[in-house]
Design a protein around this ligand. Structure first.
Ligand code: BES
Ligand code: MN
Ligand code: ZN
Length: 532
């Protein structure tokens, strides 16, 4: 009995330690690095090699390991137990033939269509697939850099991103046992050619920052709303800003009132928690103005307000602040990477609650730019908080604006959980965002912004209404059409991520629960603008 209670105490102690260590950049994650060496002779708990579909006699690093194992890999292929299919992971025991006790062969899929996304997803599957007590150190080939024909630096970055993103879990509130807590400590990319190592190591470091930023956004989105109120979100944002040497500012209710932010305030009215308008700035280029403003919806819980939501699945609305988390994490990453771009992240944060002081359907409110809004449905609150945040981005001198929001359930009806919707008033910025997202392995799909849709949000009593009239559909476009006048003439892209921000199962680099979609796309956009 004494032994049992001692073990119990240890478990509690461990949880407390992890929490402290992970307070800023998420829970402890796998460390990735590059080393020059010969993979077959490398000392690790597992060696990860690879195989294209249809290959019977492996070459390159996999061939070298096969020879060291006296043809064990070829024999498993011949037996039909290893086919190189994408997602496949076959673990062999080396029985003392080489220093490492295990070899894992990861399937690369078919050669056609093999790309950097496949490498990132493979690395994620490998980290999840090999997670077990006894596996702490993993050595891997730079998948795709050999016969795959991919750039070694890009492959190294993708392995770092995939390993750190794929290994993500949210265990903070769980009293998990040691088996559940088993974690891979390090992934070493073993590269034969010493001349490539330094550049690959730099790529790994870049990938690590991108993945860490994503995991921060995931942590915030997975956090229950009683552990992440607008006040607590602002505190966490301040800690990040301090760490990266960024400007930091929070507008309180009083300042919102002074600026005439009646749309944002109308959402906050029903809640006992004070709203926070959070701003982080990074002047990497120097000088005046902001090359890029990132605006993110920060509803820390969306009950719908007086237009209350049904009980089923309402708990998912703790993640109605993934837009805010994404823009803050992305700006932090750009600061950490020293990007030569002036970027500002703006996050209007509040709960959307029903109460005696809540906004009621039919109420008319006035946004910062003077535009009046008839609030037909208090559950269309995201566009209200974004309206004032977009006005503020313009007041601050934004040259381009990208907003990110879990804005409509309709986007899931249209596109499912495969891609997110993009709407814009500017062709150039649209293309830049599309390319930045594609480079992150994120699919986007553009929806139209034809003037015919303006009809949908005409009001009899105000300048506009916050939801469409009748049953005319196009809910996602209507949301964007509502936002458009608040962006004004500034080049602007609106991303509706409500279909992809929370996944029901792991999918390559994207994990179950908060997926982290849009974070690396925004970082890539900032990096592209800094090169220009
Ligand atoms: N946060 C929701 C959108 C949402 C729904 C995100 C499901 C993720 C999953 C948003 O505030 C909302 O309630 N939108 C309404 C708009 C409607 C009232 C026009 C919706 O989609 O039902
Ligand atoms: Mn809502
Ligand atoms: Zn919402």
């Amino acid at each position: 009995m004494a032994g049992r209670s001692r073990r119990g105490d240890n478990a509690v102690f461990k949880v407390a330690c992890r929490r402290k260590a992970g307070s800023l950049t998420g829970e402890k994650h796998v460390k990735v690095r590059v080393e020059q060496g010969d993979i077959a002779r490398y000392g690790a708990d597992v060696l990860v090699v690879n195989l294209f579909e249809g290959v019977t006699a492996p070459g390159g690093g996999t061939g070298a390991v096969d020879r060291a194992l006296e043809g064990a890999i070829s024999k498993v292929i011949a037996a039909g137990d290893l086919r190189g299919k994408s997602g496949e992971l076959v673990v062999l025991h080396t029985l003392g033939r080489i220093p490492a006790p295990r070899v894992a062969v990861a399937g690369l899929g078919s050669r056609e269509g093999f790309d950097i996304d496949a490498v990132r997803n493979l690395a994620a599957n490998v980290v999840r697939g090999l997670r077990r007590p006894g596996v702490r150190k993993v050595a891997t080939l730079a998948h795709g850099a050999g016969v795959g024909g991919l750039d070694p630096e890009a492959a190294a970055q993708a392995i770092a991103e995939g390993s750190i993103l794929g290994g993500y879990r949210f265990l903070k509130h769980k009293t998990a046992n040691d088996e559940e807590r088993a974690e891979i400590d390090e992934v070493v990319i073993v590269e034969h050619d010493g001349g490539k190592v330094a550049a690959m190591q730099r790529a790994v470091e870049r990938g690590t920052v991108l993945a860490e930023a994503t995991n921060i956004a995931r942590d915030w989105a997975n956090e229950p709303s009683n552990h992440l109120t607008p006040t607590m979100l602002a505190e966490r944002a301040e800690a990040l800003a301090r760490e990266a040497g960024m400007e930091f500012e929070v507008l309180e209710r009083r300042e919102m009132e002074r600026k005439g932010m009646g749309a944002l305030l109308s959402v906050a009215k029903g809640s006992a928690e004070p709203p926070k308008l959070v701003r982080l700035g990074w002047r990497g280029r120097g000088g005046e103005g902001w090359d890029l403003a990132l605006v993110g919806k920060g509803i820390t819980f969306d009950t719908g307000g007086i237009s209350i939501k049904p009980a089923a699945n309402m708990e998912a609305m703790k993640a109605d602040m993934t837009g805010a988390a994404s823009v803050i994490a992305a700006a932090w990453a750009l600061a950490r990477l020293g990007a030569k771009v002036n970027v500002v992240a703006i996050a209007p944060c509040t709960e959307n609650m029903p109460s005696g002081s809540a906004t009621k359907p039919g109420d008319v409110v006035r946004a910062m730019n003077g535009r009046t809004i008839e609030v037909i449905n208090t559950d269309a609150e995201g566009r209200l908080v974004l309206a004032d945040a977009l006005c503020w981005a313009n007041e601050l001198g934004a040259k381009r604006i990208v907003d990110v929001a879990t804005l409509t359930g309709a986007v899931t009806t249209a596109l499912g959980d495969i891609c997110y919707a993009l709407m814009t008033n500017d062709e150039t910025l649209c293309r830049q965002v599309e390319e930045a997202a594609a480079a992150a392995g994120e699919k986007t799909w553009r929806l139209p912004m034809w003037k015919e849709y303006d009809e949908f949000i005409k009001s009899d009593v105000a300048d506009c209404r916050n939801v469409g009239t009748g049953n005319r559909g196009a809910g996602t476009i209507v949301g964007a059409k509502f936002l458009e006048p608040f962006a004004g003439k500034t080049p602007w892209v609106h991303l509706d991520i409500a279909g992809v921000d929370n996944l029901s199962a792991d999918r390559g680099w994207a994990t179950k629960g908060a997926s982290g979609y849009s974070v690396r796309a925004l970082i890539n956009l900032g990096l592209r603008l800094s090169e220009a």
